[in-house]
Design a protein around this ligand. Structure first.
Ligand code: SF4
Ligand code: SF4
Length: 340
């Protein structure tokens, strides 16, 4: 069923939902952007629709709610291991369509990748989603080409802000009375989705192994500074490392933390004996891009990248992931042409 609500009505819905869930949505952080006097949009706890940024895509992804950048998993002593306590409340996250598709990728990696990660599984079991209708494509978005511009399931209700008010399509039956008593009228509601992006990508059907030695990667050795912002902003990057923090000199008491990691940062491929794979930034870019548009698909049958464009927008060196995909495509076509 679809509903039209005024702001006051929608805030009453949020207040009621807030009794059961912690509500997370994109929030504009004034003056906290990369440059002076610029803002950043990131996920945070909200109570009212006024606190939500509904027009601009979040600069950082929602994944920090499911997989915090730094999280203590357990505490240990010589004789005992105790799992860290967690906030056990249920969580409701407001997501655009591309991010709903990113959830599928996170679930694939953490739940359906040989074994299920127990820490992710626990929090994932407490999370539900609200679909944020998307009226206007961002300049960097290429969700249409990635097939992630539309979502038809997996959410409890959708939210579109229109000139008339807040339009919601309610999917969870138990929420119908709450919306009915706070709405102005019922109506057919179809969540908004974009059908056209300015940015387009063409991913080659087959990417030959010869792409590894192609000079297409060389420019990134010169331009990329290995800061890892692209990975931390990406909703589908899942790499992490472990850190043990010792409370005693003998290392027999402490805590183990899971900490976000980046394949673009120095040290990511360090191994025992002083070895380091992918020393150049170009090699790291090659690994990241081919993971997103080739290797993940070979294993799971669909592309990892959802075309949200966050990595383009966040890069301090203005390195464009979508442009790189198209350069890879051109290089593959050129190689194919040479073979003919
Ligand atoms: S690689 Fe870039 S465009 Fe693709 S999902 Fe990650 S941040 Fe979004
Ligand atoms: S954000 Fe840009 S400069 Fe930083 S690691 Fe990623 S591609 Fe390199």
């Amino acid at each position: 069923m679809g509903y039209l609500l005024k702001k006051e009505g929608f805030d009453r819905v949020l207040a009621e939902l807030g009794k059961r869930y912690r509500l997370y949505a994109p929030v504009r952080k004034i003056g906290e952007g990369r440059f002076t006097d610029t803002d950043v949009v990131r996920y945070d706890f909200v109570r009212s629709v006024d606190e939500m940024e509904l027009d601009r895509k979040s600069d950082y992804a929602f994944k920090e709610i499911l997989t915090p950048l730094s999280e203590t998993l357990f505490f240990f002593t010589e004789d005992e291991v105790k799992t860290a306590d967690r906030d056990a409340r249920e969580i409701l996250i407001f997501l655009k369509s591309c991010d709903m598709h990113a959830v599928k990728r996170l679930d694939q990696i953490y739940l359906d990748n040989r074994f299920a990660d127990p820490f992710y599984k626990e929090i994932r079991g407490r999370v539900r989603f609200v679909l944020l209708g998307c009226q206007k494509s961002g300049a960097d978005c290429f969700c249409v080409d990635m097939g992630t511009n539309r979502t038809t399931d997996g959410y409890v209700f959708s939210l579109d802000r229109t000139e008339e008010g807040f339009c919601c399509s309610v999917r969870e039956e138990s929420l119908e009375p709450l919306f009915a008593e706070n709405s102005q009228e019922t109506r057919d509601v179809e969540p908004g989705y974009v059908t056209e992006n300015q940015t387009h990508v063409t991913i080659p059907e087959e990417i030959p192994n010869s792409i590894y030695g192609n000079p297409v990667w060389d420019e990134y050795s010169a331009r990329c500074i290995g800061c890892g912002r692209c990975n931390f902003a990406c909703p589908t990057c899942t790499c992490f490392t472990m850190q043990d923090v010792f409370y005693t000199d003998n290392g027999k008491a402490g805590e183990r933390r899971r900490v976000g990691a980046s394949c673009m940062v120095d040290g990511y491929t360090n191994v025992a004996g002083g070895g380091q794979y992918r020393r150049s930034k170009g090699e790291r870019m090659r690994f990241k891009v081919l993971h997103k548009i080739c290797d993940f698909k070979k294993r799971f049958g669909y592309q990892m990248c959802v075309g949200c464009g966050r990595c383009d927008a966040i890069c301090p060196e203005y390195i464009s992931f979508s442009a790189c995909i198209n350069k890879v495509n051109a290089a593959v076509q050129e190689e194919n042409g040479r073979e003919v």
